[in-house]
Design a protein around this ligand. Structure first.
Ligand code: UD1
Length: 429
């Protein structure tokens, strides 16, 4: 059992480089399946979700390699179309193999995807979009090796372009449609496509490989299907959510932190809120936080460029020590306030009403034994513990490791007292 031990109330000081983006790495690695030859992905974070994606690629017959943060994927030998197994069940983004497998070989079989429990997380929009591209779904076979595997079975004898109108700008449904359409016959238009920077990274990667994908006015994406894609080398951007959670931890603890590669443009919604809270971030990417934070007023999560739902829990943690009352309304996922119960153990004053949480800031939180409810909730608890007086222990490190390469290394380099303890006999509190 691995858990974090943190002694809080130390200002953070120093410099930090933000790891490569998880939510860009996952679709980009999946897109390596579309075409042969070794693609090389630089700045690829060393996190569990990436390792799971690489394991799925190997299961399909791809060769993968890693030297530090550079990963190679050669799909030349990929002949399988089924990805059942623990890795695919663990991660939400395994659903992207639906589009990529259909694009590569016209057939796909996969388990229902996993990921954090932050809502019902249906995949109806993915399936509807695939049907428009000519995909048929069928029941699992009653003979052969797949007869025991529950999941999604699909094939497409002729994958063709279509006009797809998304009722909401789902990131996953947009990326899945792109992956299926990029080698399909003809033109595909996705109306109301997701605007998230990671979706644009997937398009940039595929265009570098020879795809024809354009972002048009109003968020529309137009894809002209190609016959073949080339192998390329591509460097991933910094992770805006990791950057955002570290900015928030810095705000909560106070101090001066210079971020060498802060994706400031992608964090505009957060930076506006931090500014309201009295935190300055220079153009060079240096955070300066002094004295008590101010309340943020009303914050509403929304698809990009709105305030990201993935930073909702970390912001909630920080607002618990800001002066005054703040409110966050969650509009993207319906079950994303589970961190509140853990923060209350640290002395936080949080009231939940429907999809809104109201935080009345206290002068200081105190250390406690808490459980990370999910990936971003885990990062929120780390921020709270770093700002709290006394010692905290955070269970559920495996959630955090899904998205943060080495949260201890990063905060230790800023002077924090944080360490990872591996105690196999430890009981869950
Ligand atoms: C992606 C991100 C995740 C982020 C989320 C929202 C990755 C790997 N994950 O997740 O970190 O929190 O975007 O920014 O990039 N929905 C449906 N039907 C569908 C698909 C989605 O109703 O078929 C709903 C979801 O339940 C949710 C909303 O649409 O309420 C947004 O989900 P979506 O944008 O698809 O999120 P993910 O792609 O799962």
């Amino acid at each position: 059992m691995r858990y974090l031990e943190i002694s809080g109330k130390r200002p953070l000081r120093g410099e930090l480089t933000i790891q490569g983006s998880k939510n860009a790495a996952l679709p980009v690695l999946t897109a390596c399946l579309l075409g042969d030859g070794p693609c090389v992905i630089e700045n690829c974070p060393q996190i569990q979700d990436v390792e799971d994606t690489l394991a799925i690629l190997r299961k399909l017959g791809c060769k993968t390699g890693r030297v530090g943060h550079t990963v190679s994927v050669d799909a030349s030998g990929a002949e399988q179309f089924a990805i059942f197994g623990a890795e695919a069940e663990r991660i939400r983004s395994s659903v992207l193999f639906l589009g990529a497998l259909l694009g590569r070989m016209g057939e796909a079989a996969l388990p229902y995807p996993g990921g954090c429990v932050i809502g019902s997380r249906p995949i109806d929009l993915h399936l509807k979009a695939m049907k428009k591209l000519g995909v048929r779904f069928f029941e699992r076979p009653d003979t052969g090796t797949l007869r025991e595997e529950r999941g999604i079975y699909a094939n497409a004898f002729h994958l063709h372009g279509a006009c797809i109108q998304l009722p909401q700008p789902s990131v996953g449904a947009t990326e899945n449609t792109i992956l299926a359409a990029v080698l399909a016959d003809g033109e595909t238009v996705i109306e109301n496509a997701a605007l998230e920077p990671e979706t644009d990274e997937l398009c940039r990667f595929l265009n570098l490989r020879g795809a024809d994908i354009r972002r048009e006015r109003g968020g529309r994406i137009r894809i002209i299907g190609k016959k073949k894609l080339e192998a390329v080398r591509y460097r991933l951007d910094a992770d805006r959510i990791v950057a955002g959670s570290y900015l928030l931890a810095g705000a909560a603890c106070g101090g001066t932190v210079h971020f060498r590669n802060l994706p400031a443009e992608q964090l505009a919604a957060l930076l506006a809120i931090l500014s309201r809270m009295g935190v300055a971030i220079t153009e060079e990417g240096t955070l300066c936080a002094e004295g008590r934070l101010l309340a943020a007023g009303d914050v509403v999560t929304a698809p990009y460029p709105g305030f990201p739902t993935d930073l909702q829990s970390p912001l909630m943690a920080v607002l618990c020590v800001a002066q005054g009352v703040s409110q966050i309304c969650e509009t993207v996922f319906e079950n994303r306030f589970r961190t509140a119960a853990e923060l209350r153990k640290m002395g936080a004053d949080i009231t939940i009403e429907g999809s809104c949480a109201r935080m009345k800031g206290t002068a200081a939180l105190h250390g406690a034994d808490v459980n990370a409810p999910d990936l971003r909730g885990g990062a929120a608890l780390v921020a709270a513990a770093l700002a709290a007086a006394g010692r905290s222990r955070i269970q559920g490190y495996d959630y955090i490791a899904r998205g943060y390469e080495d949260i201890c290394r990063d905060f230790q380099s800023l002077g924090a007292d944080i360490r990872l303890t591996d105690d196999r006999d430890e009981k869950v509190w």
